[in-house]
Design a protein around this ligand. Sequence first.
Ligand code: FE
Ligand code: FE
Ligand code: ZN
Length: 282
Amino acid sequence: MLYIGSHVGFNKSSQLLGSLEEALSYGSNTFMFYTGAPQNTIRYTIDDELTSKAIKKMQENNISLEKIIVHAPYIVNLANNDKEKHQFAINFLKQEIIRCEKLGITKMVLHPGSHVGSGIDLGIENIIDGLNKVLEIDNSVCILLETMAGKGSEVGSSFIEIKKIIDGVKKKELIGVCLDTCHIHDAGYDLNSFDKVLDEFDNIIGLKYLKCLHINDSKNVCGSRKDRHENIGKGYIGLDNLLKIIYHKRLDDIPKILETPYINDKAPYKEEIELIRRNKAI
Ligand code: FE
Ligand code: FE
Ligand code: ZN
């Protein structure tokens, strides 16, 4: 079955219920949100009453909590060699996992991190160390490492780097991968030959680790390492390639999340989801 949705908001007064209502207004059957602003680590206390209202509404609308994704803020950086910043990221992620559990969410997307000059190997080492500390707490939330575009000193822009991180994680049942189409295209994977890319993913990482997809077009050419998302069909990946990924047999049932830019201050998701559903036959 196709699970398609988008990034949605999450605010203090309506929380998961508000996120769900936004997702439903786009015709989504999955969604992703940050438990606060993406760019900071200020977080609200989870209101259990709003959560139970949201869960009831999900059941009425046949939406499964298991398909819903939380995205950790992008400033937490487990790759940082600065001890204090590294520890801050660990502490924050432990709290974020507790918030996910309170919401009933089982999947959290995380940018592996940026080594900020200390080198890729040390960056990977720090990420592994951080993940093992975060996963020490008893929980059932799976951390999904996002494939990155390779901007600046980002770690995780190749399947091999992601594989190295997974190899070092002790609790493998709590680690997975989120594949972002814009990011892998920008990192140099040619989505005109997506079957080849998917085989490479399977051979290096293993398809069983793939638990989420971010569906975005890209404003730049393959290999540009820029990370600028474009609306579906309007960028260098193109509608046909994106549809092939969205409807790929081997990716059925995996939640697919749009993170495309707003158009004139308006979310494009309702139209993009309609476009995707309309083109099922292609
Ligand atoms: Fe992301
Ligand atoms: Fe993404
Ligand atoms: Zn991105």
